[in-house]
Write a protein that binds this ligand. Structure first.
Ligand code: SAM
Length: 270
């Protein structure tokens, strides 16, 4: 089995991200950490949903992502505003950058395409890319957030996989005049590895004619709160805190995302 990360953020899926994923509560939430500690690194920055608003505000933030397609669209959007971010095409478990950071953050990406061992290695590398006293912030969807996915922890339900293919429900018009649609399904779930394998089909039409149809796969490893805390500690972090869904409150059972804030030991606290 290949150990290259398996993700679907390429081609038409990357275009979809650039066109339609530009908002969300994460932008303001992560911004406060960046404001307190720069330079900052946006790991798995994608097409720049967080990175671009921060750069626009004059914050010193670099980006990295495994997908050159996502980075290219990020670079194009930045250039259209006269911005020229430093972007690196690297898998997070192979992160090896020339700069050290006061803040490193990962939004919506830990566990995508990677194995559990690679995720632990990624956490180690984030730790090592921080200045002493620097802050690491990570959000992570809880494994029980999605009722449709959660049922496949039961072996009776797993025997029904793969899910049938579905035609995309809606087409959306992009700023380039093309129409886009996505449709995904669960192919397999391994409860030991806590890993889903998903398939994404992506479509693009121009003037009503289908001009691109792609199929990608993504693996996604889920983590429960306490195992992620242990992983962060094993990676060398101290003062690991878990917070609710972009609200700084204690985590609650209704939170679908949890935020982990940890520090590299050192004199200076940011
Ligand atoms: C859900 S998108 C989130 C993008 C951005 N952080 C945001 O919140 O808008 C996930 C991103 O993670 C990237 N990615 C997936 N697996 C990765 C890996 N193993 N290393 C680095 N980036 C990865 C994808 O290319 C994609 O850009």
């Amino acid at each position: 089995m290949s150990t290259d990360p398996q993700t679907w953020h390429y081609g038409v899926v990357a275009r979809w991200w650039a066109e339609f994923n530009q908002t969300g509560p994460e932008i303001d939430y992560f911004r406060r950490f960046v404001e307190r500690g720069q330079p900052a690194l946006d790991v798995a920055c994608g097409t720049g949903r967080l990175l671009l608003p921060y750069l626009r505000d004059g914050l010193d933030v670099d980006g990295c992502d495994i997908s050159p397609d996502m980075l290219e669209l990020c670079r194009e959007a930045a250039a259209s505003e006269g911005l020229s971010p430093t972007l690196h095409a690297q898998a997070m478990h192979e992160l090896d950058l020339p700069r050290r950071y006061q803040t490193i953050f990962v939004c919506g990406a830990l566990g995508l395409g990677s194995t559990r061992a690679q995720d632990l290695e990624a956490l180690r590398r984030f730790h090592d890319h921080l200045e002493p006293g620097g802050t690491f912030v990570l959000d992570n969807q809880v494994p029980y957030a999605d009722a449709r996915g959660w049922q496949y922890w039961l072996k009776e339900k797993r025997s029904e996989l793969p899910e049938p293919r579905r035609e995309p429900r809606e087409r959306r018009m992009g700023s380039d005049g093309a129409e886009y649609a996505l449709s995904h399904r669960l192919l397999a779930f391994d409860p030991l590895a806590q890993q889903e394998t998903l398939e994404m089909r992506a479509f693009m039409w121009k003037d009503g004619e289908l001009v691109a149809e792609e199929e990608h796969r993504l693996t996604m490893t889920s983590y429960f709160r306490d195992e992620l805390v242990l992983m962060l500690e094993r990676a060398g972090f101290v003062d690991v805190e878990v917070r609710g869904e972009y609200n700084d409150a204690e985590p609650s059972p209704v939170d679908e995302f949890l935020v982990y804030v940890a520090r590299r030991a050192g004199d200076v606290e940011y």
